[in-house]
Design a protein. Structure first.
Length: 146
């Protein structure tokens, strides 16, 4: 299971209660990997990060070991983390607090980011991606072969 990589974008809609339907292409893997147990928290760039529970445990442990100089980031990541479970209708409930912090309304984008997902407001994601694409390539990509 360590070779599982989540990738791709899914345009989704939050329902009136703030529930998100997990895309079919990820459901079976998430059931096998973590029995549908996930953890969600804030991301520094304004979206949310959604982790399969085993992946979250590794991330949480790294964050917990940060020095006191990073206490503010510990609060952002750990203090806002919430455990979720995929329900029988393949949905997860995103708390009002986290929806508000990421500016999530109805239309959202779920991005597979390898070991975890990012959840963005659709308009915020489009603006962020346009900003990235308009900027120069970072040094790490200067010699990257496409």
């Amino acid at each position: 299971m360590s070779e599982i990589v989540f990738q791709g974008a899914s345009n989704l809609a939050l329902d009136a209660k703030g529930r998100l339907t997990v895309p079919a292409r990820h459901r079976e893997v998430l059931q096998a990997l973590c029995e549908g147990r996930l953890t969600i928290t804030k991301h520094p760039e304004g979206c949310l990060m959604l982790f399969p529970r085993p992946t979250w445990v590794g991330f949480r442990d790294k964050v917990a070991q940060l020095p006191m100089s990073a206490a503010g980031w510990k609060r952002v990541f750990l203090g806002n983390a919430m455990d979720l479970e995929i329900d029988s209708a393949a949905r997860v409930l995103i708390s009002p607090e986290l929806r508000e912090s990421a500016g999530l309304d109805k239309e959202v984008v779920l991005l597979g980011m390898g070991s975890h997902f990012e959840l963005w407001d659709k308009k915020a994601h489009a603006a962020h991606e346009a900003q990235v694409m308009a900027g120069p390539l970072p040094d790490a990509l200067q010699d990257f072969s496409f």
